[in-house]
Design a protein around this ligand. Structure first.
Ligand code: TUI
Length: 316
């Protein structure tokens, strides 16, 4: 059994979080992961306050286990969803794509455990000062909005810099990678890409098929010019977008912004995986079949345990 401060303090069976994936992580997936013993998270990214409230209530019906909400700070609804998590008594909030500092006093006062996703040591330190319960150190192998550092480089530096628990994210889809994250000093992991093909995940089948068919080099980062780099599976959309990105005389920043609007929904909900953005991490190629969230988690932690038990094999 693998047990750390993360599962113990949050009432989980395993120290694993599901990534708060925009247009993907609804009540069905969050409850699926929570019922499987991890921490499921509803992504507030694509919801206004009332839509999030409805999703939280649905999740409460589907599970009596702890679950959380991920708040994407670039969302135009960040303020209203920040209030709804308090009103609905959500126990854990993770944040992404920005500094949640201005919302933290209210969340902390409500007794919420705040666990920001951070891409750097400086932000990890700031979050610790602001009262974060833990941080999720996310390397650029991850899908979606990415930082510059890799998980391998980032996690031990964050572990050295803060005294709150560190959860590793980015590039984790099997037990070897969980074991490696623990070796780097993490006491929990967050997994996104693998849960895209969970049976409880409600995205379009074409999106799941794209993940299952992906090869190691099939992801690409776009959006650097606008300051929000995003990793997704290479397709007709990323090729067209990249061309526009490198042609600043013909395509303004506003043109680029416009090109991206609605593309996450198009892929995840409509299943248009050619013209939509198929967010996925570099581990997409390791994701080979659909399983229940429970099967995935048990398989990953059984393997992690074997790897960690054998870790002294080379030490003489
Ligand atoms: O947030 C994510 N992953 C995401 S968000 C998303 S939705 C989106 N859609 C279109 C364009 C951009 C995003 C899809 N995937 N991961 C967590 C994460 N947070 N990665 C990096 C960061 C981050 C970056 C800068 C966190 C804080 C930060 O702070 C800058 C500051 O304000 O100091």
């Amino acid at each position: 059994m693998i047990s750390t401060v993360i599962d113990q303090s949050l009432g989980l069976e395993f120290p694993i979080f599901q990534g708060g994936m925009a247009w993907v992580a609804d009540a069905s997936l969050a409850a699926g992961v929570s019922n499987a013993g991890g921490l499921g998270l509803i992504a507030a990214m694509n919801s206004n306050g009332e839509q999030l409230r409805e999703e939280i209530r649905k999740c409460k019906e589907l599970t009596d286990k702890p679950f959380g909400v991920n708040i994407m700070l670039m969302s135009p609804f960040a303020q209203e969803v920040a209030d709804v998590v308090v009103e609905e008594g959500v126990k854990v909030v993770t944040t992404g794509a920005g500094n949640p500092g201005k919302y933290m006093p209210k969340w902390l006062e409500a007794g919420i455990k705040v666990i920001p996703v951070i891409p750097s040591v400086a932000l990890a330190r700031k979050m610790e000062k602001n009262g974060a319960f833990a941080v999720i150190a996310e390397g650029g192998e991850s899908g979606g909005h990415v930082g510059d550092l890799t998980t391998m480089a980032l996690v031990p530096q964050v572990v050295d810099a803060v005294s709150i628990p560190v959860i590793a994210a980015g590039g984790i889809a099997d037990g070897r990678q969980i074991a490696a994250a623990f070796m780097l000093g993490a006491v929990g992991v967050q997994v996104g890409t693998r849960f895209l093909v969970a049976k409880e995940c409600t995205i379009a089948q074409a999106y799941k098929d794209k993940i299952i068919k992906a090869k190691d080099i099939d992801t690409v980062v776009t959006g650097k010019r606008l300051g929000h780099p995003v990793r997704s599976i290479r397709n007709a959309f990323t090729r067209e977008y990249t061309k526009a990105e490198y042609n600043s005389s013909e395509f303004s920043d506003e043109d680029l912004e416009k090109m991206g609007i609605g593309t996450l929904r198009l892929a995840a909900r409509e299943g248009d995986v050619s013209n939509g953005t198929v967010l996925a991490g570099q581990v997409a190629a390791m994701v080979k079949k659909e399983q229940t969230a429970r099967e995935m988690i048990v398989e990953m932690f059984t393997q992690a345990e074997e790897v960690l038990n054998g870790a002294t094999k080379w030490v003489k």
